[in-house]
Design a protein around this ligand. Structure first.
Ligand code: AMP
Ligand code: DBH
Length: 503
Protein backbone atom coordinates (compact mmCIF):
# COMPACT_ATOMS: atom_id res chain seq x y z
CA UNK A 1 0.00 0.00 0.00
CA UNK A 2 2.77 2.49 0.89
CA UNK A 3 5.76 2.98 -1.41
CA UNK A 4 8.92 1.33 -0.05
CA UNK A 5 10.66 4.58 0.84
CA UNK A 6 7.70 5.71 2.95
CA UNK A 7 7.38 2.32 4.63
CA UNK A 8 11.09 2.40 5.47
CA UNK A 9 10.73 5.87 6.93
CA UNK A 10 7.71 4.94 9.06
CA UNK A 11 9.61 1.92 10.42
CA UNK A 12 12.76 3.92 11.08
CA UNK A 13 10.74 6.55 12.94
CA UNK A 14 9.40 3.80 15.21
CA UNK A 15 5.78 4.14 14.12
CA UNK A 16 5.52 0.69 12.62
CA UNK A 17 6.93 -1.74 15.14
CA UNK A 18 6.40 -5.03 13.34
CA UNK A 19 3.80 -6.36 15.74
CA UNK A 20 0.46 -7.98 14.89
CA UNK A 21 -2.73 -7.57 16.92
CA UNK A 22 -2.43 -11.20 17.99
CA UNK A 23 1.06 -10.67 19.45
CA UNK A 24 -0.02 -7.38 20.97
CA UNK A 25 -2.84 -9.02 22.94
CA UNK A 26 -0.41 -11.74 24.08
CA UNK A 27 1.85 -9.07 25.52
CA UNK A 28 -1.03 -7.26 27.20
CA UNK A 29 -2.14 -10.53 28.79
CA UNK A 30 1.37 -11.07 30.21
CA UNK A 31 1.44 -7.58 31.62
CA UNK A 32 -2.13 -7.16 32.89
CA UNK A 33 -3.34 -10.80 33.10
CA UNK A 34 -5.80 -10.70 35.99
CA UNK A 35 -7.04 -7.18 35.43
CA UNK A 36 -10.41 -6.63 33.82
CA UNK A 37 -10.13 -5.78 30.15
CA UNK A 38 -13.74 -5.62 28.95
CA UNK A 39 -16.64 -5.76 31.39
CA UNK A 40 -15.77 -8.76 33.61
CA UNK A 41 -13.47 -10.46 31.09
CA UNK A 42 -9.79 -10.29 32.15
CA UNK A 43 -6.86 -9.74 29.80
CA UNK A 44 -5.72 -13.34 30.36
CA UNK A 45 -9.19 -14.75 29.69
CA UNK A 46 -9.59 -12.69 26.52
CA UNK A 47 -6.20 -13.92 25.31
CA UNK A 48 -7.06 -17.56 26.03
CA UNK A 49 -10.55 -17.38 24.54
CA UNK A 50 -9.21 -15.74 21.39
CA UNK A 51 -6.80 -18.68 20.97
CA UNK A 52 -9.57 -21.23 21.47
CA UNK A 53 -11.93 -19.45 19.11
CA UNK A 54 -9.20 -19.10 16.48
CA UNK A 55 -8.74 -22.88 16.66
CA UNK A 56 -12.48 -23.45 16.41
CA UNK A 57 -12.87 -21.15 13.43
CA UNK A 58 -9.90 -22.82 11.77
CA UNK A 59 -11.70 -26.12 12.32
CA UNK A 60 -14.67 -24.70 10.41
CA UNK A 61 -12.37 -24.01 7.48
CA UNK A 62 -11.66 -20.30 7.93
CA UNK A 63 -8.14 -19.44 6.80
CA UNK A 64 -5.66 -16.62 6.68
CA UNK A 65 -6.79 -13.94 4.22
CA UNK A 66 -10.49 -14.87 4.37
CA UNK A 67 -12.90 -12.01 4.95
CA UNK A 68 -15.61 -12.31 7.62
CA UNK A 69 -18.38 -9.72 7.92
CA UNK A 70 -18.73 -9.17 11.68
CA UNK A 71 -21.93 -7.56 12.95
CA UNK A 72 -22.13 -7.64 16.74
CA UNK A 73 -23.62 -5.51 19.50
CA UNK A 74 -21.49 -3.94 22.25
CA UNK A 75 -20.71 -7.19 24.06
CA UNK A 76 -17.43 -8.84 25.13
CA UNK A 77 -17.78 -11.53 22.47
CA UNK A 78 -16.92 -8.84 19.91
CA UNK A 79 -13.38 -8.77 21.33
CA UNK A 80 -13.02 -12.56 21.33
CA UNK A 81 -14.13 -12.67 17.72
CA UNK A 82 -11.87 -9.97 16.36
CA UNK A 83 -8.77 -11.23 18.16
CA UNK A 84 -9.51 -14.80 17.06
CA UNK A 85 -9.74 -13.56 13.47
CA UNK A 86 -6.55 -11.50 13.87
CA UNK A 87 -4.69 -14.58 15.10
CA UNK A 88 -6.00 -16.59 12.20
CA UNK A 89 -5.06 -13.80 9.83
CA UNK A 90 -8.68 -13.65 8.66
CA UNK A 91 -10.02 -10.14 8.10
CA UNK A 92 -13.03 -8.83 10.00
CA UNK A 93 -15.21 -6.52 7.92
CA UNK A 94 -16.69 -4.17 10.50
CA UNK A 95 -20.44 -3.89 9.97
CA UNK A 96 -22.49 -1.82 12.43
CA UNK A 97 -25.60 -3.05 14.25
CA UNK A 98 -27.67 -0.50 12.34
CA UNK A 99 -26.78 -2.07 8.99
CA UNK A 100 -29.54 -3.96 7.24
CA UNK A 101 -29.88 -6.28 4.28
CA UNK A 102 -28.82 -3.63 1.79
CA UNK A 103 -25.50 -2.84 3.49
CA UNK A 104 -24.71 -6.37 4.65
CA UNK A 105 -25.28 -7.72 1.15
CA UNK A 106 -22.96 -5.06 -0.21
CA UNK A 107 -20.26 -5.86 2.37
CA UNK A 108 -20.48 -9.61 1.82
CA UNK A 109 -20.42 -9.24 -1.96
CA UNK A 110 -17.76 -6.58 -2.26
CA UNK A 111 -15.39 -8.25 0.21
CA UNK A 112 -16.22 -11.73 -1.15
CA UNK A 113 -16.66 -12.78 2.44
CA UNK A 114 -16.34 -16.39 3.51
CA UNK A 115 -18.77 -15.87 6.39
CA UNK A 116 -21.12 -13.48 8.13
CA UNK A 117 -20.75 -13.60 11.91
CA UNK A 118 -23.57 -12.08 13.93
CA UNK A 119 -26.12 -12.54 16.70
CA UNK A 120 -29.58 -13.83 15.96
CA UNK A 121 -30.98 -10.47 17.05
CA UNK A 122 -29.10 -8.67 14.27
CA UNK A 123 -29.03 -11.31 11.56
CA UNK A 124 -30.28 -10.30 8.16
CA UNK A 125 -31.04 -12.79 5.41
CA UNK A 126 -27.85 -11.92 3.58
CA UNK A 127 -26.47 -14.11 0.84
CA UNK A 128 -23.40 -15.06 2.84
CA UNK A 129 -21.86 -18.40 2.03
CA UNK A 130 -22.04 -19.18 5.71
CA UNK A 131 -23.65 -17.58 8.76
CA UNK A 132 -21.92 -17.99 12.14
CA UNK A 133 -23.96 -17.24 15.25
CA UNK A 134 -22.25 -15.49 18.13
CA UNK A 135 -24.19 -17.62 20.61
CA UNK A 136 -22.86 -20.87 19.11
CA UNK A 137 -19.21 -20.20 18.32
CA UNK A 138 -16.70 -23.07 18.29
CA UNK A 139 -14.05 -22.90 21.03
CA UNK A 140 -11.41 -25.63 20.65
CA UNK A 141 -7.99 -26.45 22.09
CA UNK A 142 -5.47 -23.95 20.75
CA UNK A 143 -3.51 -24.95 17.67
CA UNK A 144 -0.39 -23.56 16.04
CA UNK A 145 -1.30 -21.04 13.37
CA UNK A 146 1.01 -19.41 10.88
CA UNK A 147 -0.59 -16.05 11.54
CA UNK A 148 -0.42 -12.83 9.56
CA UNK A 149 2.53 -10.52 9.04
CA UNK A 150 2.59 -7.05 10.61
CA UNK A 151 2.31 -5.39 7.20
CA UNK A 152 -0.69 -7.52 6.20
CA UNK A 153 -4.14 -5.97 6.14
CA UNK A 154 -5.68 -6.75 9.55
CA UNK A 155 -9.30 -5.84 8.79
CA UNK A 156 -11.57 -3.82 6.56
CA UNK A 157 -13.05 -0.74 8.20
CA UNK A 158 -15.95 1.13 6.58
CA UNK A 159 -16.19 4.69 5.39
CA UNK A 160 -19.30 6.38 6.68
CA UNK A 161 -20.71 6.51 3.20
CA UNK A 162 -22.51 9.84 3.57
CA UNK A 163 -23.38 9.22 -0.06
CA UNK A 164 -23.94 5.72 -1.33
CA UNK A 165 -22.79 2.46 0.22
CA UNK A 166 -19.78 2.19 2.55
CA UNK A 167 -16.33 1.87 1.01
CA UNK A 168 -13.95 -0.75 2.38
CA UNK A 169 -10.81 0.54 4.05
CA UNK A 170 -7.85 -1.84 4.38
CA UNK A 171 -5.86 -1.17 7.56
CA UNK A 172 -2.66 -3.05 8.40
CA UNK A 173 -1.55 -4.30 11.82
CA UNK A 174 1.44 -1.95 11.71
CA UNK A 175 -0.40 1.21 10.74
CA UNK A 176 -3.44 0.77 12.96
CA UNK A 177 -1.45 -0.24 16.04
CA UNK A 178 0.58 2.92 15.60
CA UNK A 179 -2.55 5.08 15.63
CA UNK A 180 -3.83 3.21 18.68
CA UNK A 181 -0.60 3.54 20.69
CA UNK A 182 -0.11 7.17 19.79
CA UNK A 183 -3.76 7.95 20.57
CA UNK A 184 -3.54 6.30 24.00
CA UNK A 185 -0.54 8.47 24.75
CA UNK A 186 -2.10 11.72 23.51
CA UNK A 187 -5.24 11.01 25.51
CA UNK A 188 -3.13 10.22 28.57
CA UNK A 189 -4.70 6.83 29.20
CA UNK A 190 -3.37 4.66 32.04
CA UNK A 191 -4.25 1.46 33.90
CA UNK A 192 -6.72 3.51 35.93
CA UNK A 193 -8.64 4.57 32.81
CA UNK A 194 -12.24 3.36 32.67
CA UNK A 195 -13.66 3.92 29.17
CA UNK A 196 -17.37 3.80 28.47
CA UNK A 197 -18.01 2.57 24.95
CA UNK A 198 -21.38 4.14 24.23
CA UNK A 199 -21.05 4.25 20.42
CA UNK A 200 -21.09 1.01 18.40
CA UNK A 201 -17.72 -0.59 19.15
CA UNK A 202 -16.98 -1.53 15.53
CA UNK A 203 -16.87 2.11 14.44
CA UNK A 204 -13.39 3.55 13.96
CA UNK A 205 -13.84 6.34 16.55
CA UNK A 206 -14.74 4.23 19.62
CA UNK A 207 -12.43 1.48 18.38
CA UNK A 208 -9.23 3.44 18.00
CA UNK A 209 -9.39 7.12 18.89
CA UNK A 210 -8.17 6.04 21.42
CA UNK A 211 -11.25 3.92 21.92
CA UNK A 212 -11.42 0.42 23.26
CA UNK A 213 -8.11 -0.63 21.71
CA UNK A 214 -6.30 2.41 23.13
CA UNK A 215 -7.67 1.54 26.56
CA UNK A 216 -6.44 -2.05 26.29
CA UNK A 217 -3.05 -0.75 25.22
CA UNK A 218 -2.90 1.29 28.44
CA UNK A 219 -4.03 -1.62 30.61
CA UNK A 220 -7.30 0.11 31.44
CA UNK A 221 -10.86 -1.19 31.54
CA UNK A 222 -13.61 -1.02 28.91
CA UNK A 223 -17.27 -0.77 29.92
CA UNK A 224 -19.69 -1.57 27.12
CA UNK A 225 -23.01 0.27 26.93
CA UNK A 226 -25.81 -1.62 25.16
CA UNK A 227 -27.34 1.69 24.08
CA UNK A 228 -26.00 5.25 24.02
CA UNK A 229 -28.99 6.84 25.80
CA UNK A 230 -28.19 9.28 28.60
CA UNK A 231 -30.07 7.05 31.03
CA UNK A 232 -28.00 3.95 30.29
CA UNK A 233 -24.71 5.84 29.93
CA UNK A 234 -25.13 7.89 33.12
CA UNK A 235 -25.99 4.86 35.23
CA UNK A 236 -22.89 3.04 33.91
CA UNK A 237 -20.71 6.11 34.52
CA UNK A 238 -21.90 6.17 38.12
CA UNK A 239 -21.68 2.43 38.76
CA UNK A 240 -18.33 1.77 37.04
CA UNK A 241 -16.67 5.10 37.90
CA UNK A 242 -16.07 5.83 34.20
CA UNK A 243 -13.29 8.35 33.50
CA UNK A 244 -13.62 8.91 29.73
CA UNK A 245 -16.18 8.33 27.00
CA UNK A 246 -16.83 9.31 23.38
CA UNK A 247 -19.95 10.59 21.64
CA UNK A 248 -21.07 12.13 18.34
CA UNK A 249 -22.53 15.68 18.46
CA UNK A 250 -26.24 14.71 18.42
CA UNK A 251 -25.58 12.48 21.41
CA UNK A 252 -23.62 15.21 23.17
CA UNK A 253 -26.70 17.42 22.88
CA UNK A 254 -28.96 14.73 24.34
CA UNK A 255 -26.55 14.06 27.22
CA UNK A 256 -26.15 17.76 27.97
CA UNK A 257 -29.89 18.22 28.12
CA UNK A 258 -30.26 15.16 30.35
CA UNK A 259 -27.38 16.08 32.68
CA UNK A 260 -29.36 18.82 34.39
CA UNK A 261 -32.08 16.46 35.57
CA UNK A 262 -30.11 13.28 36.24
CA UNK A 263 -29.79 11.97 39.76
CA UNK A 264 -26.63 10.09 38.74
CA UNK A 265 -23.20 10.86 40.11
CA UNK A 266 -21.03 11.75 37.09
CA UNK A 267 -18.11 13.04 39.15
CA UNK A 268 -15.70 10.30 37.98
CA UNK A 269 -15.94 11.52 34.38
CA UNK A 270 -12.81 13.45 33.42
CA UNK A 271 -13.10 13.69 29.64
CA UNK A 272 -15.94 13.77 27.13
CA UNK A 273 -14.65 13.19 23.62
CA UNK A 274 -16.84 14.55 20.84
CA UNK A 275 -16.22 13.74 17.20
CA UNK A 276 -17.63 12.36 13.99
CA UNK A 277 -19.27 15.61 12.89
CA UNK A 278 -18.80 19.29 13.56
CA UNK A 279 -19.41 20.29 17.15
CA UNK A 280 -20.77 23.83 17.33
CA UNK A 281 -18.78 26.11 19.66
CA UNK A 282 -22.09 26.91 21.38
CA UNK A 283 -22.38 23.26 22.36
CA UNK A 284 -18.69 22.85 23.14
CA UNK A 285 -18.89 25.59 25.76
CA UNK A 286 -21.66 23.75 27.63
CA UNK A 287 -19.62 20.64 28.36
CA UNK A 288 -17.65 21.70 31.41
CA UNK A 289 -20.42 23.61 33.26
CA UNK A 290 -23.15 21.07 32.52
CA UNK A 291 -21.31 17.73 32.63
CA UNK A 292 -18.49 18.71 34.96
CA UNK A 293 -15.71 17.33 32.76
CA UNK A 294 -13.19 18.41 30.17
CA UNK A 295 -14.04 18.37 26.44
CA UNK A 296 -11.78 16.81 23.83
CA UNK A 297 -12.63 17.30 20.16
CA UNK A 298 -11.74 14.45 17.82
CA UNK A 299 -11.77 14.86 14.05
CA UNK A 300 -11.00 11.58 12.38
CA UNK A 301 -11.82 9.26 9.55
CA UNK A 302 -11.66 5.51 9.15
CA UNK A 303 -9.30 6.10 6.21
CA UNK A 304 -6.67 7.26 8.69
CA UNK A 305 -5.89 10.80 9.84
CA UNK A 306 -7.09 11.60 13.36
CA UNK A 307 -6.85 14.99 15.10
CA UNK A 308 -7.24 15.70 18.79
CA UNK A 309 -7.36 18.77 20.94
CA UNK A 310 -4.85 18.24 23.76
CA UNK A 311 -5.33 18.51 27.52
CA UNK A 312 -3.01 21.54 27.68
CA UNK A 313 -4.72 23.43 24.84
CA UNK A 314 -6.37 26.64 26.04
CA UNK A 315 -10.18 26.51 26.33
CA UNK A 316 -10.80 28.57 23.21
CA UNK A 317 -8.79 26.11 21.11
CA UNK A 318 -10.68 23.16 22.57
CA UNK A 319 -14.02 24.88 21.97
CA UNK A 320 -13.42 26.23 18.47
CA UNK A 321 -11.07 23.79 16.71
CA UNK A 322 -11.13 20.12 15.85
CA UNK A 323 -7.60 19.53 17.09
CA UNK A 324 -4.31 18.71 15.41
CA UNK A 325 -2.93 15.50 13.93
CA UNK A 326 -1.61 12.54 15.89
CA UNK A 327 1.71 12.27 14.11
CA UNK A 328 4.58 14.61 13.22
CA UNK A 329 4.55 12.70 9.92
CA UNK A 330 0.90 13.38 9.14
CA UNK A 331 1.16 15.58 6.06
CA UNK A 332 -1.65 18.11 5.77
CA UNK A 333 -2.45 20.13 2.64
CA UNK A 334 -5.24 22.66 2.41
CA UNK A 335 -5.86 23.24 -1.30
CA UNK A 336 -8.13 25.00 -3.74
CA UNK A 337 -10.01 23.45 -6.66
CA UNK A 338 -6.69 23.33 -8.57
CA UNK A 339 -5.06 21.18 -5.85
CA UNK A 340 -2.64 24.01 -5.01
CA UNK A 341 -2.29 25.23 -1.44
CA UNK A 342 -4.51 28.15 -0.46
CA UNK A 343 -3.08 31.09 1.46
CA UNK A 344 -2.38 30.32 5.14
CA UNK A 345 -5.59 30.44 7.17
CA UNK A 346 -7.87 30.25 4.13
CA UNK A 347 -10.52 27.56 3.73
CA UNK A 348 -9.72 24.74 1.33
CA UNK A 349 -9.96 21.03 0.70
CA UNK A 350 -8.09 18.87 3.16
CA UNK A 351 -5.64 16.39 1.63
CA UNK A 352 -3.56 14.12 3.84
CA UNK A 353 -0.88 11.48 3.72
CA UNK A 354 0.88 9.71 6.57
CA UNK A 355 1.88 6.62 8.52
CA UNK A 356 -1.69 5.44 9.21
CA UNK A 357 -3.63 6.89 6.27
CA UNK A 358 -4.52 4.53 3.44
CA UNK A 359 -3.22 5.01 -0.08
CA UNK A 360 -6.15 3.20 -1.71
CA UNK A 361 -9.48 1.59 -0.92
CA UNK A 362 -9.98 -2.16 -0.97
CA UNK A 363 -9.62 -3.51 -4.50
CA UNK A 364 -8.69 0.01 -5.57
CA UNK A 365 -12.29 1.15 -5.77
CA UNK A 366 -12.69 4.94 -6.13
CA UNK A 367 -9.09 5.72 -7.17
CA UNK A 368 -10.12 9.36 -7.64
CA UNK A 369 -10.21 9.73 -3.85
CA UNK A 370 -6.39 9.91 -3.92
CA UNK A 371 -3.99 12.29 -5.65
CA UNK A 372 -1.30 10.88 -7.94
CA UNK A 373 1.25 11.39 -5.16
CA UNK A 374 -0.80 9.46 -2.65
CA UNK A 375 -2.68 12.08 -0.66
CA UNK A 376 -6.16 11.07 0.47
CA UNK A 377 -8.84 13.56 -0.55
CA UNK A 378 -10.87 13.76 2.66
CA UNK A 379 -13.75 15.70 1.11
CA UNK A 380 -13.61 18.05 4.09
CA UNK A 381 -13.28 21.82 3.91
CA UNK A 382 -10.94 23.07 6.61
CA UNK A 383 -8.70 25.92 7.60
CA UNK A 384 -5.52 25.81 9.62
CA UNK A 385 -5.08 28.17 12.56
CA UNK A 386 -1.69 29.78 13.24
CA UNK A 387 -1.36 27.28 16.12
CA UNK A 388 -1.60 24.37 13.66
CA UNK A 389 -5.12 23.36 14.65
CA UNK A 390 -7.71 22.38 12.07
CA UNK A 391 -11.14 23.94 11.91
CA UNK A 392 -13.66 21.94 9.90
CA UNK A 393 -15.84 24.25 7.83
CA UNK A 394 -17.95 21.51 6.28
CA UNK A 395 -18.06 18.78 3.68
CA UNK A 396 -17.25 20.04 0.19
CA UNK A 397 -20.22 18.17 -1.27
CA UNK A 398 -22.61 19.64 1.29
CA UNK A 399 -21.90 23.30 0.64
CA UNK A 400 -25.09 24.87 -0.68
CA UNK A 401 -24.66 26.73 -3.96
CA UNK A 402 -27.49 29.23 -3.86
CA UNK A 403 -27.36 30.86 -7.28
CA UNK A 404 -23.59 31.16 -6.98
CA UNK A 405 -23.57 32.25 -3.36
CA UNK A 406 -22.02 29.55 -1.23
CA UNK A 407 -23.61 28.72 2.09
CA UNK A 408 -21.86 26.58 4.69
CA UNK A 409 -24.48 24.44 6.45
CA UNK A 410 -22.28 24.22 9.57
CA UNK A 411 -22.13 27.98 9.90
CA UNK A 412 -25.89 28.36 9.70
CA UNK A 413 -26.39 25.44 12.08
CA UNK A 414 -24.16 27.02 14.70
CA UNK A 415 -26.25 30.21 14.58
CA UNK A 416 -29.45 28.18 14.89
CA UNK A 417 -27.98 26.30 17.88
CA UNK A 418 -27.38 29.60 19.65
CA UNK A 419 -31.15 30.05 19.99
CA UNK A 420 -32.17 28.91 23.48
CA UNK A 421 -35.17 27.00 22.15
CA UNK A 422 -33.25 25.18 19.43
CA UNK A 423 -32.01 21.76 20.51
CA UNK A 424 -30.36 20.74 17.21
CA UNK A 425 -30.32 21.85 13.60
CA UNK A 426 -29.41 20.42 10.20
CA UNK A 427 -29.20 22.52 7.06
CA UNK A 428 -29.22 20.86 3.63
CA UNK A 429 -29.48 21.80 -0.02
CA UNK A 430 -32.65 21.28 -1.98
CA UNK A 431 -32.87 21.58 -5.76
CA UNK A 432 -34.33 24.84 -7.00
CA UNK A 433 -35.30 25.65 -10.59
CA UNK A 434 -34.09 29.27 -10.35
CA UNK A 435 -31.15 29.22 -7.94
CA UNK A 436 -29.87 25.71 -8.65
CA UNK A 437 -30.00 25.02 -4.94
CA UNK A 438 -31.65 26.63 -1.97
CA UNK A 439 -31.31 25.93 1.72
CA UNK A 440 -33.62 24.03 4.00
CA UNK A 441 -33.16 23.98 7.77
CA UNK A 442 -34.56 21.19 9.90
CA UNK A 443 -34.79 22.24 13.52
CA UNK A 444 -35.42 20.27 16.72
CA UNK A 445 -36.80 22.54 19.40
CA UNK A 446 -37.65 22.51 23.08
CA UNK A 447 -40.49 24.66 24.35
CA UNK A 448 -42.67 26.92 22.25
CA UNK A 449 -41.02 28.81 19.40
CA UNK A 450 -42.15 29.76 15.89
CA UNK A 451 -40.39 29.69 12.55
CA UNK A 452 -40.77 33.48 12.35
CA UNK A 453 -38.98 33.86 15.69
CA UNK A 454 -36.09 31.66 14.60
CA UNK A 455 -35.81 33.58 11.35
CA UNK A 456 -35.82 36.92 13.19
CA UNK A 457 -33.18 35.57 15.57
CA UNK A 458 -30.84 34.73 12.68
CA UNK A 459 -31.37 38.20 11.22
CA UNK A 460 -30.61 39.82 14.58
CA UNK A 461 -27.35 37.90 14.74
CA UNK A 462 -26.30 39.71 11.60
CA UNK A 463 -26.31 36.68 9.34
CA UNK A 464 -26.17 37.66 5.65
CA UNK A 465 -29.59 37.42 4.02
CA UNK A 466 -28.52 34.74 1.54
CA UNK A 467 -27.42 32.52 4.44
CA UNK A 468 -30.81 32.65 6.15
CA UNK A 469 -32.48 29.34 5.29
CA UNK A 470 -35.03 29.60 2.51
CA UNK A 471 -37.17 27.27 4.57
CA UNK A 472 -37.10 26.42 8.24
CA UNK A 473 -39.02 23.39 9.35
CA UNK A 474 -39.47 21.90 12.83
CA UNK A 475 -38.89 18.16 13.05
CA UNK A 476 -39.45 15.53 15.72
CA UNK A 477 -36.07 13.84 15.30
CA UNK A 478 -33.28 13.46 12.75
CA UNK A 479 -32.43 10.30 10.82
CA UNK A 480 -28.99 9.05 11.89
CA UNK A 481 -26.14 7.01 10.42
CA UNK A 482 -24.95 3.74 11.94
CA UNK A 483 -22.81 5.55 14.50
CA UNK A 484 -25.42 8.21 15.26
CA UNK A 485 -24.34 11.17 13.13
CA UNK A 486 -27.21 13.20 11.69
CA UNK A 487 -27.78 11.71 8.24
CA UNK A 488 -27.97 14.58 5.80
CA UNK A 489 -28.21 12.07 2.99
CA UNK A 490 -31.54 10.89 4.42
CA UNK A 491 -32.74 14.46 5.01
CA UNK A 492 -31.99 15.37 1.39
CA UNK A 493 -33.69 12.18 0.21
CA UNK A 494 -36.78 13.07 2.25
CA UNK A 495 -36.93 16.50 0.62
CA UNK A 496 -36.50 14.96 -2.84
CA UNK A 497 -39.26 12.46 -2.19
CA UNK A 498 -41.51 15.25 -1.00
CA UNK A 499 -40.79 17.34 -4.11
CA UNK A 500 -41.56 14.37 -6.36
CA UNK A 501 -44.79 13.76 -4.47
CA UNK A 502 -45.81 17.36 -5.00
CA UNK A 503 -45.07 17.48 -8.72
P1 AMP B 1 -16.19 8.33 8.05
O1 AMP B 1 -16.21 8.41 6.54
O2 AMP B 1 -17.40 7.69 8.64
O3 AMP B 1 -14.93 7.74 8.56
O4 AMP B 1 -16.30 9.80 8.54
C1 AMP B 1 -15.22 10.67 8.49
C2 AMP B 1 -15.72 12.06 8.25
O5 AMP B 1 -16.51 12.49 9.36
C3 AMP B 1 -14.66 13.09 8.15
O6 AMP B 1 -14.07 13.12 6.87
C4 AMP B 1 -15.42 14.34 8.46
O7 AMP B 1 -16.19 14.76 7.36
C5 AMP B 1 -16.38 13.89 9.53
N1 AMP B 1 -15.86 14.19 10.87
C6 AMP B 1 -15.30 13.34 11.74
N2 AMP B 1 -14.99 13.97 12.88
C7 AMP B 1 -15.35 15.27 12.73
C8 AMP B 1 -15.27 16.42 13.55
N3 AMP B 1 -14.78 16.38 14.80
N4 AMP B 1 -15.72 17.60 13.04
C9 AMP B 1 -16.23 17.66 11.80
N5 AMP B 1 -16.34 16.60 10.99
C10 AMP B 1 -15.90 15.41 11.43
O1 DBH C 1 -16.18 10.06 11.98
C1 DBH C 1 -15.23 9.28 12.01
O2 DBH C 1 -15.08 8.40 11.18
C2 DBH C 1 -14.24 9.43 13.12
C3 DBH C 1 -14.38 10.42 14.06
C4 DBH C 1 -13.45 10.54 15.10
C5 DBH C 1 -13.17 8.54 13.20
O3 DBH C 1 -13.02 7.56 12.28
C6 DBH C 1 -12.24 8.66 14.23
C7 DBH C 1 -12.38 9.66 15.19
O4 DBH C 1 -11.21 7.80 14.29
Amino acid sequence: MWPDDYAARYRAAGYWTGQTFGDWLRELAKEHGDREAVDRLTYAALDARADRLAAGLHGLGLRRGDRVVVQLPNEPVFFEVIFALFRLGALPVFALPAHRLNEITHLVTHSEAAAYLTTRALEVAAPAPRVLHADALPYEDPIDLDGPRPDDVAFLQLSGGSTGLPKLIPRTHDDYLYSVRASAEICELSPSTVYLCALPVAHNFPMSSPGVLGVLHAGGRVVLAPRPSAEVAFSLIERERVTITAVVPPLALLWLDAAGRTGRDLSSLEVLQVGGAKLAAETARRVRPELGCRLQQVFGMAEGLVNYTRSDDPDFIVETTQGRPISPDDEILVVGADDRPVAPGEVGHLLTRGPYTIRRYYRDSDPGAFTPDGFYRTGDLVRLTPTGHLVVEGRAKEVINRGGEKVSPEEVESHLLAHPRVRDAAVVAVADPYLGERSHAFVLHRGPVTVAEVRAFLRERGLAAYKIPDRIEFAGEFPVTGVGKTSKKDLRAALRARAEGES
